[in-house]
Design a protein around this ligand. Sequence first.
Ligand code: 13P
Ligand code: ZN
Length: 268
Amino acid sequence: MTFIEKFQEICLAGYDQNWHERNGGNLTYRLTEADIASVKSTFNPRDWVEMGVKNTCLAGEYFMTTASGAHMRNMVTDLEHSAGIVEINNEGDKYRIVWGLKDGVKPTSEFPSHYLNHCVRAEETDGFSRVIYHAHPGNVVALSAYLPCDAKEFTYALWQVMTECVVIFPEGVGVLPWMMPGGSEIAVATSELMHDFKSVVWYQHGIFCAGNTLDDAFGEMHTIEKAAEIYIKQVQLCGGKNFTNTISSKHLQEIADEFGVEIRKEFL
Ligand code: 13P
Ligand code: ZN
């Protein structure tokens, strides 16, 4: 499967999960040298465009991105109006379209957030992180009406309801209060949290997840959303946060030890 086919598969999978109403959500993937070589002959560079943010960490790199306004459902049937490939300039403050994004279509309005998050996660993972995925999963958004905007409380709510959560996101989940989407302010705020977390919840909006691979980012999103769904069911069943049974802090630490992951101890 090519990287483009995998990108399309993830978009459709997210749509099937009901995370992408209308044009909700967006996806970016940083191409490898091999990916670039496989498509470079089709590149047709256009004008440079300011991003409104700057970071030289991934200057000169190429990203596949969904288009602003794109419906994830159309990612296979109308790829070149729904996505494209952009190149970042040497100063790390502009992009130019080199493939796709036809007929005046632009990269996602969240491209500034995607780019800065890519930079931070690449730094944090020795360059292994290649994917940033933004979606609007309903249970996570609903939880943001119920839980205070506090990373420790949000993380613990998820860890305690499902055994594997602490293995998938041992560093926890970051949270941001409601902010205006699409600009440099939310991009900077999210990227600051991405030093500590692979995933950041935007209250009353959705989540940003990072991953080394497209499957990795999708799996992180899926796990967080499923745990949020279980948490909400537990609140409904138990009439509040006093659950009859839950995973204790001691057991969470034991799971982390067993699976060889480093849990964020201050969240226990
Ligand atoms: P785009 O259509 O510009 O990607 O925006 C969708 C979205 O989810 C904004 O947060
Ligand atoms: Zn969004």
